[in-house]
Design a protein around this ligand. Sequence first.
Ligand code: PLP
Length: 444
Amino acid sequence: MTDVRQAAMDHLWLHFAQVPTEGPMVIERGKGCEIWDSEGKRYLDALGGLFVTAIGHGRTDLADAAKKQAESMAFFPVWGTAHPPAARLAEKLASLAPGDMDRVFFTSGGSEAVESAWKLARQYFLAKGEPERMRVIARKSAYHGTTLGALAITSIPPIRDPFEPMLNGLVTHVSTTDQLHCQRCEGPCSLHAADEIEEAILAAGPQTVAAVFLEPVQNSGGCFVPMPGYWARVREICDKYGVLLVSDEVICAFGRLGTWFGGHKFDYVPDMITFAKAATSGYSPLGGVITRPFLADTLKASKDVVWHGLTFGGHPVSCAVALANIEALESEGIIDHVAKHEGMFREKLETLLDHPIVAEVRGAGYFYAIELMKDPAKGVAFTPDEGAALVAGLRPALLEHGLIARADGRGAPILQFSPPLIAGPDEFDEIVATSRKALDAVWR
Ligand code: PLP
């Protein structure tokens, strides 16, 4: 075992993993869509380092932007003061965000962004004289982060269960936009998944509900795409009851769907967008909340202090890197590249539908899942134990064939892909060919 694997085994807490009893896989370097481990094995990174590395690995321009900023001013907070990278990035994001969204609260990651949105909502309603509004509506099986506030919004039992007594009980979870298993309507979709949000608001008491948190395309459960009309209906419901609509775009923003933000893809303007991950393509940590003007206007009028802050929120180096990342995404036409190639990616993934256990390909942009079933033609799902065994087998099989993708069994078993946005036909072909090999190996 290499020294570094030994060090990881002996001293590193791995996230979402058992304490290691053998040296874990160590990823050492990356270039474009490829990464290499400490043993020199090459993999296609079809997950973009956890939905992060939009621009690809190994970009020296982003590293240079970090160096230049660190040399000029490595750190100063945005607690009551500003610095050029944060101000310029906020201005840039305001110009890219849908509708009239115009102000940014920076954090250092996605969970903090989600909690910050909730706290901003609370302060907004306090300033507006509606102190009862604290409750949140979100969707079942959705992931919105792990810190306690964000975890209260997350709805994945194994992640919540150990901490349930520490959560606040302020969140109601409603149906996803899963259409494969939905048996509600015989004819065209009734948008019941959106209507359930209204039912939940009414059940909680509209005067107590602060916000609805939804992803444009829900990651957990496997890239649930909204049905046509879903977002318009949700927007209408939120407006009807004075509830804030938060679009959690920690995964979906910055080109993942072939657009800057989810609202551009599905034609809506939320009241807040939470973002992180691809904002910097992972070259430095950053997250944040983009808000519509009425939120700041209300707090400006009340003269209330925003009682929330994070030392590293809006870190100068991260903001400078985000600016360089956005500049590259723009000047290299990377988001248009995704929009142009998403259909091809889908078509190639759909060639897997002839595999005996592939039931559905769903997603948008460069964000797809394939759902696995025991007998797709008859609609027979794997039992939970079978699903768990399948996923446990798929993970090493994918790695053996040199593919980083997500095999997930927290709902129906799925295989998920979210490659760097620079990927093209060669990468799609490799994803399909290696996935087929891994599926064959495990199914047999
Ligand atoms: N929200 C969504 C939709 C996410 O996918 C994630 C992480 O994957 C988070 C929030 C939490 O982000 P972070 O891991 O940066 O705290």
